[in-house]
Design a protein around this ligand. Structure first.
Ligand code: HEM
Length: 420
């Protein structure tokens, strides 16, 4: 693909399959001003790291908040204040406020806590897949990936999954992501605001319950988390709402997208699926497989920063207060970092170096939980389903309409129950 400077990431063709565009960007214009989005797209690994490692020059807070609600922020705020218990933005903030919040939220993801979930995750995955195995067809996103992650995050938070349901969680997720997705129209904003009011009211009710009576769950942990030696040792009420909402959304759609991507790879590469089945109990291979798919098909394609001063990056001058989008998905294929970047290579020496979970101070706080969920889901799918195939041509698969994530909407499959 030859770039002429007028291409935009918003183009429906590019949105459907952005990888040829990413490759052209990396090679021809690694720091590219996208006129459709009015921001700079950064596609090389090294330039992305420069941004991620310098939060003072490249502000995440401005990057997320400046265009929150895609131009409708005042009206959106009014609705949230009136019906949703308050206009509370995402936790996407800069240091020093970030450092305090990060220490508080990290308390919810200790290695011990994540490890202790493995059996329960396997149980939930098996419970979902087994009834489908007999049927022979399913939607990999709607019947497996989405309910699996929604159920796990609900259990973690202490929400009643049967009461909430996967559909509502998907709706909540979509509404929150639309506020940073940059493709939302005013009509969509009104509908999304209504849905977000419902989500916040639900979260507020759960927080109130835990205040009265703590339980063994993440919401209780967050309410009672403390950092020593700080002027504000606990989360404020607004921070609690935002963190709970953030975990629910950040931990749900992304992980579901990753599991759906794994299923897609297995369904389109039967030889790989067979070879993994033969090595199913080799934890090292399964972990490497998951890591490579996360690099090749990262759920989060691009996230934002704002340049806080005039900067020079990749030979391009970026004026102060310009918006930048770090294209993690493009950087993950950078040949300078990952030789033969488009090839799945389980023995890569730098497997963990992808930008799928970001880097620097904002690196994903839930990465260990996500990796565990994806690995266990992959194992249970391979163990239980044989002859996994796509039920539609791959070109007919569609993705959710947002710039930030690349999430399959549906994934129709056929398969057989594995007998041996
Ligand atoms: C495959 C699944 C996941 C992917 C691909 C992913 C990706 C990311 C990325 C790229 C960032 C960096 C944001 C930036 O630099 O602007 C991030 C941050 C974050 N993620 Fe995840 N995430 C996943 C799962 C989760 C889970 C399971 C949770 C929690 C339950 C979670 C919670 C968060 C939070 C709270 C942050 C903000 C961290 C900070 O600013 O310090 N994520 N994630």
């Amino acid at each position: 693909m030859q770039l002429n400077g007028n291409e935009t990431r918003l183009d429906p063709l590019i949105r459907h399959n952005p990888y040829p565009f990413y490759e052209a960007l990396r090679e021809q214009r690694p720091v590219y001003y996208d006129t459709g989005l009015d921001l700079y797209l950064v596609s090389r690994y090294e330039n992305s790291q420069t941004i991620l490692r310098d939060p003072e020059t490249y502000s995440l807070e401005h990057g997320y908040q400046d265009r929150y609600a895609n131009g409708h922020v005042e009206e959106f705020a009014e609705i949230m204040n009136r019906d949703g218990g308050g206009f509370i933005r995402d936790l996407a903030i800069d240091p020093p406020a970030h450092s305090r919040l990060r220490r508080l939220t990290e308390q919810a993801f200790t290695a011990h806590r994540v490890k202790s979930l493995e059996l329960r995750i396997a149980e939930i995955a098996a419970g979902l897949i087994e009834p489908l195995a007999a049927r022979g067809y399913a939607d990999g996103m709607l019947d497996i990936a989405a309910p699996l992650t929604a159920k796990i995050i609900c259990e973690q938070m202490g929400f009643d999954f049967d009461e909430v349901g996967a559909e509502k969680i998907a709706l909540w997720t979509k509404a929150v992501l639309a506020q940073i997705g940059r493709m939302q129209t005013r009509e969509e904003m009104l509908e999304n605001a209504r849905i977000m009011c419902e989500l916040q009211q639900y979260v507020i009710a759960r927080i109130r319950e835990r205040e009265a009576e703590p339980r063994e769950d993440l919401v209780s942990d967050l309410i009672h988390a403390r950092v020593a030696g700080d002027d504000a040792p606990a989360l404020t009420f607004a921070e609690q709402i935002s963190t709970v909402r953030g975990f629910l959304i950040a931990g749900n759609d992304t992980t579901a997208a990753a599991i759906a991507n794994i299923i897609l790879v297995l369904a389109t590469d039967p030889a790989l699926a067979a070879s993994l089945y033969a090595q199913l109990d080799d934890e090292r291979i399964m972990a490497r497989f998951v890591e490579e798919i996360l690099r090749l098909r990262p759920p989060v394609h691009g996230l934002y920063r704002t340049a806080m001063r005039d900067v020079e990056l990749g030979g391009v001058s970026i004026p102060a207060m310009s918006q930048i989008c770090i294209l993690f998905a493009a950087a993950n294929y950078d040949e300078a970092k990952f030789p033969q970047g488009a090839v799945l290579e389980l023995e890569r020496s730098n497997l963990g170096a992808s930008l799928t979970f970001g880097a620097g101070i904002h690196r994903c706080v839930g990465a260990s939980l996500a990796r565990m969920e994806i690995r266990v889901a992959a194992r249970e799918i391979i163990r239980r389903l044989d002859d996994l195939r796509l039920a539609v041509p791959v070109e007919q698969l569609t993705y959710m309409p947002t710039l930030a994530t690349h999430t399959l909407e549906r994934l129709p499959l056929t398969f057989k129950r594995r007998t041996a």
